[in-house]
Design a protein around this ligand. Structure first.
Ligand code: PLP
Length: 391
């Protein structure tokens, strides 16, 4: 037998999501009989609302089970255009909407569609790890924009200004933010919009947590200064409607990028299953009480988790304004955050992520997802407290 064939060099530039690695280790511990509280994964712990499931069953029963247009079925493109227009105070035509298998592929495909090797892409650090992975894989140069704890994990627009160069091809923003729960405030957003409209860069605004904001109204960068024509405004069903496994996202896309992005979907997934898209239409246009109730429950948990964390020795925690993550600073414990994350899993049975799973900047933080039941969150805080007393 000849030696095994090798792999592509480009794989060295492809990152991953640590959350899945930690989940795998936690499951292994559980298989050995250990009890683990899961605060590592970023998905709502609520079921998809029944009326949305019913819309999918109905579509399947009526034969909507074949291939369909790669850009999305017309009814979902129209519903998403109306949804994004109403929630962002914009007028977005349905032809600008592209539907994809979750929000995630848009991150990759946008970077691949606009970047040549050597182009610079600015992205938040700490940030969703797929940004950096996509940038590196495309051969572009990642330029980290630090989020600042003292600014409740917003970036300083002056830091953005100093990073914008004639080579900046794309700026990625995410508000409300994963992993910090931070939100870009109104003043910062206006300043950012001014800088971006003066720059020659595309913008990718990841707004998958737009509906999970607790304090103040959600604001999109795309609503400012005509930036909608430069911005891939990305949203989806996963977080808002508890539909992570359905794999359906959508974006308002600048006209010149519509065809290239659709071409990526033609080349990869072909289409989002039509019954999933039918469910998406119902999600966007039907009753909105389920997502509203979910956000209220997240708020209750957030308040308890943040208060609980702030009582632990050596731990301080900002109050996140959105998403469902707390990002406590654990420097005062004297245990490096990455080591603490590992020991909490192995010794205390609480699965969390280190801030460094999201970039180089957040060396003193942990990420706790509070998309877990109130009582398991209470137990988790107790366990972390007991661990810190003896560690
Ligand atoms: N963007 C951010 C900031 C996220 O946190 C996630 C999921 O965790 C995604 C995008 C991907 O969402 P989807 O399930 O729609 O692919």
């Amino acid at each position: 037998m000849s030696p095994q064939p090798g792999l592509a060099d480009s794989l060295e530039r492809l990152g991953t999501e640590t959350a899945f690695t930690v989940l795998a280790r936690a499951r292994q511990l559980e298989a050995e009989g250990r009890d683990v509280i899961h605060l590592e994964i970023g998905e709502p712990d609520f079921g998809t609302p029944p009326h949305i499931c019913e819309a999918a069953f109905e579509a399947m029963r009526s034969g909507e089970t074949g291939y369909c247009p790669s850009a999305g079925i017309p009814t979902l493109r129209e519903a998403a255009a109306a949804y994004l227009s109403n929630s962002r105070n914009l007028e977005i035509p349905a032809e600008r909407i592209v539907v994809g298998t979750g929000a995630k592929p848009f991150l990759f495909f946008t970077v691949l569609a606009v970047c040549n090797p050597g182009d610079e892409v600015i992205y938040p650090d700490p940030g969703f790890p797929i940004y950096e992975s996509a940038i590196r894989f495309a051969g572009a140069t990642p330029v980290a924009l630090p989020l600042i704890e003292d600014r409740d994990f917003s970036f300083d627009p002056a830091d953005l200004e100093s990073r914008l160069t004639p080579n900046t091809k794309l700026v990625i923003l995410n508000s409300p933010e994963n992993p910090t729960g931070g939100v870009i405030g109104a003043g910062d957003l206006e300043q950012t919009a001014r800088l971006l409209s003066e720059s020659g860069a595309w913008v990718l605004s990841d707004e998958v947590y737009a509906r999970i904001q607790y304090d103040g109204a959600f604001r999109s960068i795309a609503s400012q200064d005509g930036l909608i024509d430069r911005t891939v405004l990305l949203d989806g069903l996963s977080k808002t409607y508890s539909m992570t496994g359905w794999r359906c996202g959508f974006a308002s896309v600048p006209e010149p990028l519509v065809e290239p992005l659709v071409r990526f979907f033609v080349n990869s997934t072909s289409c989002v299953p039509p019954f999933v898209q039918a469910a998406g239409v119902t999600a966007l246009t039907g009753p909105q009480d389920a997502p509203a109730a979910m956000v209220e429950e997240f708020r209750r948990r957030r308040d308890m988790v943040v208060a609980g964390l702030n009582e632990l020795p050596g731990v301080t925690c900002r109050t996140p304004a959105g998403a469902f993550y707390a990002f406590p600073n654990v420097k005062g414990t004297g245990i490096p955050a990455a080591e603490l994350a590992e020991r909490l899993l192995e010794e205390a049975g609480v699965a969390v992520l280190a801030g460094t799973a999201f970039g180089a900047v957040a060396t003193d933080n942990l990420r706790l997802s509070y998309a877990s039941s109130f009582e398991s969150l209470e137990r988790a805080i107790e366990r972390i407290g007991a661990f810190l007393k003896t560690a």
